[in-house]
Design a protein around this ligand. Structure first.
Ligand code: SF4
Ligand code: SF4
Length: 412
């Protein structure tokens, strides 16, 4: 038995909040979650599992461990949500178990607790410092990021600033994979859908929240909401699944009933525009594809049908889909700050995802998440599988030359 630890008041508060959920997991101990966890799949490290993430809280409550001792383990999570879907405690919600499993929230809150106790991961600290300086995420590698260039991706598209509906473009797409927002903007223009760009867009704040820098996340959210209000924005179109989580989960938590902005996922909007005949993809795209469900759409939000509706509307595609259960267990490794601290794990998870795609005998893996597309593309290059964004594929079938860059450079 180790010496019992005293906790700070903020740690005591955290333990009180998570005690029941953690005991519920610890006493169940079935560990069904482990095999769908992308980090566990590539590391087999028992300390980096949803089970361990709960057991640590039990040990902290018992005075056996401190936040300083466990904080680093919580880096090993992409916040994909697969464990929550697989956990029987989730399935029995409202039945004989009292608590739904909320592992993603637990990981986020443990990271926040670490920061509140002065425990920082070096990569996270640097990332958030740079984001604070530049008002945008540094974006991995040598991509130049600054406020004055956040709208560069839209050069030549003649998009207005402001209006009731604006398109929010995440940092990776705005500065690195500019072909994605260019595809989205031009498809919406083709459909005659009116929208503008934000007056002064900052990072959504979601990554800071994911890494535990909650105060910074809130400051960024306050800036963006104030900017929306000042220019009369009522509706925000979102092309990135991470932003979608931030705007539909973090912002309502920050602002409560005062938050009255409608958030629209572009994938859902486009599926509707195809269904009602406004958009007619007619040019055949001769590829054999499978689809990578972004974790934050299918596992976190239950959105898996609309992207498939879009893909099935594109002539020429041969679609080898995965089954509904299997789609829950895949991840690119690109989320939850994992590439910032552990790029080697992200690369392994992406490689494993591409191995699964290659088994389906496809030449293309279609993604709907700009943050996944960089690590997936790197893994795809080694396997001769092309990684293509769903919006770009739709644009091609509509005869739109999107321009932009699929990897830095910001060229148009
Ligand atoms: S997270 Fe769920 S499945 Fe995993 S060990 Fe805990 S209770 Fe069991
Ligand atoms: S959210 Fe995903 S990465 Fe994190 S513990 Fe659960 S399954 Fe593993």
């Amino acid at each position: 038995m180790t010496e019992s630890h005293a906790h700070s008041p903020v740690t005591e508060e955290f333990i009180a909040e998570w005690r029941n959920a953690s005991y519920s997991c610890f006493s169940s101990g079935h560990k069904f979650c482990r095999e769908v966890c992308p980090v566990m799949q590539v590391t087999r490290n028992e300390s980096w599992t949803p089970t361990a993430f709960h057991a640590n809280v039990v040990a902290m409550e018992q005075g056996e461990l401190t936040v300083e001792e466990v904080a680093e383990d919580y880096v090993n999570c992409t916040q994909c949500g697969a464990c929550e879907l697989r956990c029987p405690n989730t399935l029995f919600t409202g039945d004989f178990y009292r608590f739904r499993t909320r592992t993603v929230d637990l990981v986020k809150q443990m990271r926040t607790l670490a920061v509140d106790n002065g425990v920082h991961q070096p990569g996270y600290r640097r990332w958030n410092m740079l984001t604070d300086e530049r008002t945008h995420e540094p974006v991995l590698g040598e991509v130049p990021v600054s406020q004055e260039h956040v709208r560069d991706w839209s050069a030549g598209l003649d998009l207005p600033i402001g209006g009731e509906t604006i398109l929010f473009v995440d940092c990776e797409a705005a500065f690195y994979r500019t072909s994605v927002p260019r595809a989205v903007a031009q498809i919406l223009q083709r459909a005659g859908y009116e929208f503008g760009l934000m007056r002064e867009q900052w990072c959504c704040g979601g990554p800071a929240a994911e890494m535990g820098y909650r105060d910074q996340a809130r400051r960024f959210a306050e800036h963006n909401l104030a900017d929306w209000r000042a220019s009369g924005v009522r509706r925000v179109l979102v092309l990135d699944p991470h932003d979608y989580i931030t705007f539909t989960e973090d912002y309502p938590n920050f602002f409560g009933d005062d938050y009255d902005i409608e958030i629209v996922l572009v994938i859902e909007l486009l599926a509707g525009l195809i269904e009602d005949g406004t958009l007619r993809p007619e040019i055949p795209v001769e590829r054999t594809i499978t689809y990578h469900d972004p974790c934050r759409l299918n596992k976190r939000k239950g959105i898996w049908q609309e992207p498939r509706q879009i893909l099935r509307s594109i002539p020429g595609l041969t679609f080898h889909d995965v089954d509904h259960v299997t789609q829950w267990s895949y991840c690119s490794g690109g989320g939850g700050g994992l590439p910032v601290e552990k790029p080697e794990l992200t690369a392994k998870i992406s490689a494993s995802r591409l191995d699964q795609a290659a088994k389906l005998d496809v030449d293309t893996l279609v993604s709907a998440c700009p943050w996944s597309e960089r690590p997936l593309s790197e893994a795809g290059d080694a396997r001769s599988v092309d990684v293509v964004d769903i919006h770009e594929l739709l644009a091609e079938s509509l005869g739109i030359e999107v321009g932009g860059s699929r990897g830095g450079g910001g060229g148009v």
